[in-house]
Write a protein that binds this ligand. Structure first.
Ligand SMILES: [Zn+2]
Length: 406
């Protein structure tokens, strides 16, 4: 009897397991993976090979200024051990990979000369070799170079349709709470600065934003919206449009830059101006403004405006508010962290161009400096930064309320 019972229980368990394996819900099904990546040179071409867990549709196009080849896939997970992020092989002078938007992973190959895609195909897995995506690049001349020309594999259309159907997130109302938009710089295909020992700016900015959201919301005084909550690229203009859509009262963009002199450390606070406070600030703004170019996003029609730093300063009141917020940030961050000597600087950051939301950009330290990189990689230090930011916005709103009463 006892034996029978045990056998029956075993059979039942096996049935349950079979059902689970056979009828996994769609969401549990694994995302396609890139398991290997390599770039090789051939006599007249440069070849990119991505090893994949399964065949995926793709789209590719070229861009100029600088010359690039962009390859789009549905969202795929990068599991390749070799990361050719800083590789320079054959015609390819730079390689980037990351999420470009929801359900769209992107590879950007930079080239020093104009090129064209001479071959592209998916090789099905066989003889112990995995599925592979293969792309051959050949040099061409400026006259024959065709930027923006799209090539799409079969199946790409269904990816686009699926993306269009995806529901957009609803946001809850927040009566009585100030809405703050925190903007973790970079993300996805745009890594931002990569530190001396390999820390990624895009990861550090997201970690600080998350910690700040936690602290700010714990006070009950603020609702915090992040421009991104994961490792995804967001266009510069979309970042401040998120502030508008959410009727934000403040916009804070978070960054951690690098500089040639590795001894320099400390943070700084930036507000918008059409005339940079110094050469360094101008260089920094130019670099931060390149985000859309790095991600291969300048097909959208507004890139020239973003890359040229022409700012309409018909935003006097907003500028004054931004200025005051920046001063508060300098004071509070200066108490708890190391800042550069001229802590409050200004330059033409595209992400600060919002005409009616006071906006400040924080460079929280230099990833080119070992000490700063170590600090910013430490959660306790990030909490300290978030506390200082909270103190500063508290002071900002205290003053605003006082001004309203008087
Ligand atoms: Zn940055």
């Amino acid at each position: 009897m006892n034996e029978m019972y045990r056998i029956r229980m075993m059979l039942r368990l096996i049935t349950v397991l079979c059902v689970l394996v056979l009828f996994r819900p769609a969401a549990v099904l694994a995302m396609p993976e890139v398991t290997g990546a390599r770039i090789g040179t051939h006599p007249d071409s440069t070849r990119l090979v991505l090893e994949l867990s399964e065949p995926v549709p793709y789209q590719l196009f070229t861009l100029d200024k600088p010359y690039r080849v962009v390859v789009d896939f549905p969202e795929v997970r990068w599991r390749a051990r070799h990361n050719p992020m800083r590789a320079s092989t054959g015609l390819v002078s730079g390689f980037r990979f990351g999420l470009f938007q929801s359900d769209n992973s992107r590879v950007v190959l930079e080239t020093n000369v104009p090129t064209f895609v001479s071959k592209h195909f998916i090789l099905e897995a066989e003889d112990g070799n995995p599925t592979r995506f293969v792309l051959d690049l050949q040099e061409t001349n400026r006259a024959a170079f065709a930027p923006g020309k799209m090539i799409q594999s079969s199946g790409w259309k269904s990816v686009v349709q699926r993306r269009a159907r995806a529901p957009s997130a609803r946001r809850p109302a927040s009566p009585g709470r100030h809405v703050i938009v925190l903007d973790p710089g970079h993300g996805g295909v745009d890594p931002g600065t990569i530190g001396v020992t390999g820390a990624y700016e895009k990861k550090i900015t997201l970690a600080i934003a998350r910690e700040a959201k936690r602290l700010f919301e714990a006070t009950g005084r603020y609702r915090v919206v992040l421009t991104r909550t994961r490792d995804v690229y967001i266009r510069l203009r979309d970042r401040f449009e998120i502030a508008h859509r959410n009727k934000a009262e403040l916009f804070l963009s978070l960054h951690a830059d690098s500089i040639r002199d590795r001894k320099i450390q400390g943070g700084s606070v930036y507000t918008l101006s059409n005339r940079a406070s110094d050469k360094e600030a101008a260089t920094l703004a130019a670099r931060e403004n390149k985000s859309d170019i790095i991600a291969g996003a300048d097909l959208s029609g507004y890139a020239p405006e973003v890359s040229e730093i022409l700012i309409d300063l018909a935003q006097g009141a907003t500028n004054k508010e931004s200025w005051f917020l920046a001063e508060m940030m300098v004071k509070e961050l200066g108490r708890r962290t190391k800042l550069l000597r001229n802590s409050h600087r200004f330059a033409g950051f595209a992400v600060l161009k919002s005409p009616n939301v006071p906006s400040v950009l924080l460079e929280l330290g230099y990833l080119s400096n070992r000490t700063d990189e170590k600090k910013l990689s430490n959660p306790a230090y990030r909490t300290r930064i978030a506390r200082a930011m909270l103190q500063a916005i508290d002071k900002y709103f205290e003053r605003k309320i006082k001004l309203r009463k008087s």
